[in-house]
Design a protein around this ligand. Structure first.
Ligand SMILES: [Zn+2]
Length: 288
């Protein structure tokens, strides 16, 4: 792990973590670009902490060396597995941070989206302050990811693994994150309403030729098949289900994750903290 400290325009203590997965070079590139662009000292008493997480895996160009880092939080310093010992070191480095952003890329198609496990005011600020249309609430999924263990952490999927677009979009998203928390004052922050999708369950993959018929966040009509192979035919039996991280060849054991749109997250200051139900019909509904 490498930590680079930069100055802040404000009082918040924020962190950006890249290179959690060694086969996702965009995260490290974005962190190093930020390190080069941001001033070492800022006018505020806050801090911007930039972290390159899994250096051995990045050097090898593999997702991990012993075990997936984003599946072993909070980890164990006494473990023989490298990533299990790295997780608590990263957690310690992020102790007391007001906001944390973890960078990821995937094999799945755009659009980029945010992921959080616990909704706090800081998380609301991060999610609505970044240029993403969707945020996945993953509190019902795995509890061993960084965003489920480190307070005020939002993960962001910035685009397709290895693509130039992912590195560019991710950099812009980081600037928006820094502005949202007052750490960067080159321009005012922009907050927008974000659609929240609750992560429901992973969709298992069996074997043989994989087919995926719906794209990320595209509503799958009831009774339609989301994905299939020689082992599984995944027919959706309830309304409002959308795929997350849908991919035919991206993952060994899953086609993606089922999600359900639960509502929207409003910008900071616009009402109580929480997901506002999308059940109510839009305002123009019923008008002539
Ligand atoms: Zn990743």
């Amino acid at each position: 792990m490498e930590t680079i400290e930069r100055g802040s325009a404000g009082s918040a203590r924020v962190a950006i973590v890249g290179g959690i997965h060694g086969d996702e070079p965009a995260g490290e590139r974005i962190v190093r670009r930020l390190a080069a662009e941001l001033d070492e000292e800022g006018p505020g008493n806050g801090t911007v902490r930039l972290i390159v997480a899994n250096e051995p895996a990045l050097a090898a160009g593999t997702r991990y060396t012993d075990i997936d880092l984003n599946r072993v939080f909070p980890g164990d310093l006494e473990s023989d597995e490298y990533e299990r010992t790295l997780a608590p070191q990263i957690t310690a480095e992020l102790d007391g941070m007001d906001a944390v952003l973890a960078l990821h890329t995937s094999h799945s198609a755009p659009p980029p989206f945010a992921i959080y496990s616990e909704l706090t005011e800081s998380v609301r600020r991060t999610v609505t302050g970044m240029p993403v249309e969707y945020a996945v609430d993953s509190s019902g999924l795995r509890s061993t990811t960084m965003d489920s263990v480190v307070p005020h952490t939002v993960s962001i999927e910035v685009g397709r693994q290895g693509s130039e677009e992912a590195a560019e979009f991710g950099y812009e998203a980081c600037l928006a994150f820094l502005r949202a928390h007052g750490a960067l004052d080159d321009e005012p922050p922009t907050f927008t309403e974000t659609t929240v999708v609750e992560g429901r369950e992973e969709v298992p993959k069996g074997g043989g030729e994989p087919h995926v018929y719906y794209s990320n966040f595209e509503a799958i009509p009831r009774e339609e098949v989301f994905a299939e192979d020689d082992v599984y035919t995944h027919r959706v039996d309830e309304a409002g289900i959308v795929p997350i991280l849908a991919s035919e060849d991206g993952y060994e054991d899953i086609f993606g994750i089922y999600g359900q749109v639960t509502g929207v997250l409003k910008p900071p200051g616009e009402g109580e903290l929480g997901v506002v139900s999308a059940d109510e019909p839009p305002a123009e509904f019923g008008e002539d």
